[in-house]
Design a protein around this ligand. Structure first.
Ligand SMILES: Cc1ncc(COP(=O)(O)O)c(C=O)c1O
Length: 399
């Protein structure tokens, strides 16, 4: 059988129009709820935020949720309330988005990376145990792609050493381990509602916390360290002055964000079902291609399928990862990379002296990872064209 010529080499692309790597699914309900906020005259943190916090906590089975303007804010506040400061070490993994570690640097603490397991790209508990020192104050495991980390092992190590845990749940809204939601194992779990996330309000986040005491502290810290938020200050009843009790941050969620999220949350199960169906179709075809290796999924988990990462087996291909990406884009398939290993980004190299060879599993993944489009708005035709493009690119570059 002749192999169709690649579009990058002058052939006809697999599809005529460009399939974006991501498109959000937002309906009339979200638009009308935002309009309701506009008409009520109340735009910032207020009753819709409170309602979303209540409903998201119920979904997670968490004692409490605090609405924020990003996951990064949640990761940062997590470290702040855990008392992370200069001289402390915080452990995370290099296959993550920069903000996971940037917030450690904001606290003037030291970022300590441990390598990932090669087959899941999750924190390796054995490496974690070895990385602990007398200075370790917190651990930030990343539930990469939506696969839960080994939280029982991580919590055991944390507990044995008196260390706090801030879970990075940016990819893990639906993720559970033995039926328990990610974010509820550690002291705090930080979620993202950024434009590409499984539910979205464009920009937004939330922290789930395991105690009312932590919730109260986050409520104060998310709004400048004030004792009364605007909703309470401007409410009817006796006049209430605010007081600044700590130099807090501007991290609060607005009601116009919560307006979208209330409806996105209601659609979460339908979104998740569509994501599973797409993953099933990808798995069926792509696991047949020896040059590709989708990540391992364990059996006792529910995966959030936030992204569909594939490890290219570059020794079996005549292309680099970036040539593969360019060839896919030329076929009109939008692609992404989650992630290039963070310890080799310029800031981390310059600040901490990390170098190639420090975390071999992360580095190998960093050079061979690609993410395929995965979102509920994809049609069956879209899925088929992604698979066809992957097959065509691999066939052209096969050794
Ligand atoms: C693993 C991970 N952590 C944290 C974040 C930050 O999320 P946000 O943009 O909501 O701050 C992201 C965003 O993509 C992420 O992928």
């Amino acid at each position: 059988m002749t192999i169709p010529k690649l579009a990058i080499d002058g052939g006809k692309p697999v599809r005529d129009d460009f399939l974006f790597f991501h498109k959000s699914s937002v309906g009339r309900e979200e638009v009308e709820e935002i309009a309701d906020s506009f008409e009520s005259g109340w735009l910032t943190t207020g009753p819709k935020t409170a309602e979303f916090e209540r409903r998201f906590a119920e979904y997670l089975g968490a004692p409490s949720v605090v609405g924020l303007n990003s996951c990064t804010a949640g990761l940062h506040l997590g470290l702040v309330v855990m008392g992370v400061e200069e001289g402390d070490e915080v452990i995370t993994t290099p296959i993550t988005f920069p903000s996971t570690a940037n917030v450690i640097e904001h606290q003037r603490a030291t970022t300590v990376f441990v390598d990932v397991e090669p087959e899941t790209l999750l924190m390796d508990p054995t490496g974690l145990e070895r990385a602990i020192t007398s200075k370790t104050r917190a651990i930030t495991p990343v539930h990469y792609a939506g696969h839960p980390c080994d939280m029982p092992a991580i919590m055991q190590i944390a507990g044995d050493n008196g260390i706090r845990v801030v879970e990075d749940c940016a990819h893990a809204i639906e993720s559970t381990l033995d039926g328990r939601h990610c974010g509820t194992f550690g002291d705090i779990g930080a979620f993202s509602f950024y434009a590409t996330k499984n539910i979205t309000c464009g920009e937004g986040g939330a922290a789930c916390v395991n105690s009312e005491e932590l919730r109260d502290r986050l409520i104060v810290l998310r709004l400048h360290g004030l004792t009364k938020d605007a909703w309470k200050r401007y409410d009817k009843g006796g006049f209430a002055h605010y007081e600044c009790v700590v130099p807090g941050f501007k991290y609060n969620m607005m009601d116009i964000q919560a307006a979208m999220l209330l409806h996105q949350l209601g659609k979460l199960n339908a979104f998740a079902e569509r994501r599973r169906a797409i993953v099933h179709k990808y798995d069926e075809s792509l696991t047949q291609i020896p040059e590709l290796r989708p990540l391992t999924r364990r059996s006792n988990i529910q995966h959030a399928h936030h992204i569909y990462p594939v490890l290219l087996q570059l020794d079996m291909l005549k292309c680099s990862r970036d040539q593969f990406l360019n060839a896919m884009q030329a076929e009109n398939i939008g692609m992404a990379v989650h992630f290039r290993a963070l310890h080799l980004h310029p800031y981390y190299v310059q600040k901490h002296g990390f170098k190639r060879g420090d975390f071999p599993n992360a580095e190998k993944a960093s050079e061979s990872l690609v993410s395929l489009p995965l979102y509920p708005a994809m049609s069956d035709h879209d899925i088929l064209t992604v698979i066809e493009a992957v097959e065509r690119v691999v066939a052209n570059y096969r050794r």
